[in-house]
Design a protein around this ligand. Structure first.
Ligand SMILES: [Zn+2]
Length: 86
């Protein structure tokens, strides 16, 4: 009976070790968008954050807006038109 418990314990430990070894490794360094000294802007359409230098700048109604792509800029422009019409 005691022997059986030992074997069960060893089996459990072995299982845990194998599980740890086979577990997918998570990347240690997460690619953060918040670099030091780099200004981050938010796309008002898809809500994603991007570096100001990578963003597409659209000046609409005298206000500067930053977009990740031309698609988002167009969507924003459409939304503005829509709100002005109604
Ligand atoms: Zn976008």
């Amino acid at each position: 009976m005691f022997r059986l418990l030992i074997w069960l314990l060893l089996g459990y430990i072995g299982f845990r070790i194998i599980k740890t070894l086979t577990a997918p490794k998570k990347p240690l360094s997460s690619s953060s968008t918040h670099h030091t000294g780099e200004e981050t802007v938010q796309d008002p359409i898809c809500k994603m954050y991007l570096a100001k230098e990578d963003a597409i700048v659209g000046t609409l109604n005298g206000t500067r807006h930053y977009f990740c792509s031309m698609d988002c800029l167009e969507k924003f422009r459409e939304q503005l038109d829509h709100t002005h019409q109604s």
